[in-house]
Design a protein around this ligand. Structure first.
Ligand SMILES: [Zn+2]
Ligand SMILES: [Zn+2]
Length: 438
């Protein structure tokens, strides 16, 4: 009886060893997988209609989008962290530990954090990384607070009557200001045709310098703000499309070219069609002599009730592999070309994919069976679910054989932590390890 128990315990030990050994092999193989993902991302192999490498990975291979993002992040992080990369490739650290450590490791701290990974369990590593990030955030918050406190804008009149402006803005506010200045400068100067600048330089027709243009742009911003009231507004309200309709063809909805979108100052026809697909519109009806005979009220191209039904049916962007929940209503056949605003002619697309179908040549049709079909610009179908890859009968044997030929030696104790059961004091560990801890 006793002999039977010993046998039992031995075979369980062997089973445990086998689990440990194969897990280390799989982690080592993950390092190779991450190398491939990094190369794929660097060469933009996913850029065939997908938003990101992670979105492609989730679609093609099947991890949820969060796990896919983590793989791409870790893949890139390991490029800068050769010691952690080596430990993973040799099965000495699990992918879970490496994933946690790459959240905080820099080339300066990598060595110390590798030691943490070797000594501790996955739980220890997770707790130390959490403490580490807290310390990182604390010093970052101090930096931010310092920057924020230094914001200032001085506006004063100098001796010659000119108003002088000097200031310092936080990065995010500065970005808004620069964007606004660019937009205003484009409005003021982009429509000016080049030949206007070719006229003889009598002083008045000279192109203003960049600094002069910036000053004019700021003036326009101030005037606009005072004129429209100081209200940042909702992003959806920023576009309004004017549609010119000939009165005669209105009676016959099948007549070609019944409506024409007003082209924006500098947007292509494709872009104006995308903006018009789901926007506010104002319909101007022209009489036979070309004059405007009627101006309709501003309406949404897709009425609210239909939009709710569309969101309820599509639940997010319909592009294969896309997980974005919010989207714009796309007319499969554009309303400007007579496409009806009905559920069967609408599909919800995120901003990225709405651009893909209007401006990048991706094609979208609804088949007679009601299914949507997306195609690449070259006409190849993008399947909703990709075909599964072929795998050898015993993948574990293949992984072991690969490591044998690469000379990577992995056994049951390769990834065993050095921990002897003592209590982990995270605060003490951070104090000793973190470069910014006092
Ligand atoms: Zn559209
Ligand atoms: Zn999308």
């Amino acid at each position: 009886m006793k002999g039977g128990l010993v046998m039992e315990a031995r075979s369980l030990d062997r089973l445990g060893d086998e689990i440990a050994e194969l897990s280390a092999h799989l982690d080592a193989a993950t390092a190779r997988l991450l190398d491939l993902i990094r190369e794929f991302d660097d060469r933009a192999g996913w850029n065939t209609g997908f938003r990101s490498c992670a979105a492609w990975l989730s679609w093609r291979v099947g991890p949820d989008i969060g796990a896919a993002r983590e793989r791409v992040r870790v893949a890139h992080a390991l490029e800068r962290l050769p010691r952690l990369a080596h430990a993973l490739a040799h099965g000495e650290l699990s992918y879970a530990k490496v994933r946690a450590l790459t959240r905080v490791a820099t080339s300066e701290t990598e060595e110390r954090l590798l030691a943490v990974g070797r000594a501790g369990t996955a739980d220890h590593v997770e707790r130390i990384v959490r403490g580490w990030r807290w310390m990182d955030r604390k010093s970052e918050a101090q930096d931010n607070a310092r920057r924020h406190a230094r914001r200032e804008l001085q506006v004063y009149q100098s001796g010659d009557g000119m108003v002088v402006i000097r200031g310092r803005l936080t990065p995010e506010v500065g970005a808004v200001l620069m964007q606004a200045l660019n937009a205003a400068r484009e409005t003021l100067y982009a429509q000016t045709r080049p030949q206007d600048f070719d006229s003889p330089k009598d002083g008045s027709a000279e192109t203003p310098t960049m600094a002069q243009q910036q000053a004019d742009a700021l003036a326009l911003l101030a005037e606009t703000a005072l004129h429209h009231g100081i209200d940042p507004g909702a992003p959806g309200e920023r576009y309004q499309v004017v549609v010119h309709v000939d009165a005669a063809p209105l009676a016959d909805p099948d007549a070609p070219g019944q409506s024409v979108l007003e082209e924006g100052a500098r947007v292509s026809a494709e872009t104006s069609r995308r903006l018009a697909c789901d926007a506010n519109k104002v319909v101007m009806t022209h009489g036979l002599d070309g004059h405007v005979v009627e101006v309709g009220a501003r309406t949404r191209t897709i009425p609210p009730a239909l939009r709710r039904a569309l969101h309820h049916r599509d639940r997010g962007c319909r592009f294969p592999g896309c997980t974005v929940r919010v989207g714009q209503g796309h007319h499969i056949r554009h309303w400007a070309q007579g496409g009806p605003t009905t559920l069967s002619n609408l599909a919800l697309l995120c901003r990225r994919h709405h651009r893909a179908v209007h401006e990048e040549g991706y094609q979208l049709v609804r088949e007679p069976d009601g299914e949507l079909r997306f195609r690449l610009p070259d006409g190849r179908l993008i399947p909703e679910v990709p075909p599964t890859s072929k795998v050898p009968d015993d993948p574990a044997v293949m992984v072991r054989a690969c490591h044998d030929t690469e000379g990577i030696v992995i056994h049951a104790k390769t990834a065993m932590p050095g921990w002897m059961g003592e209590r982990l004091n995270v605060a003490y560990a951070i104090d000793v390890l973190h470069p910014l801890a006092n």
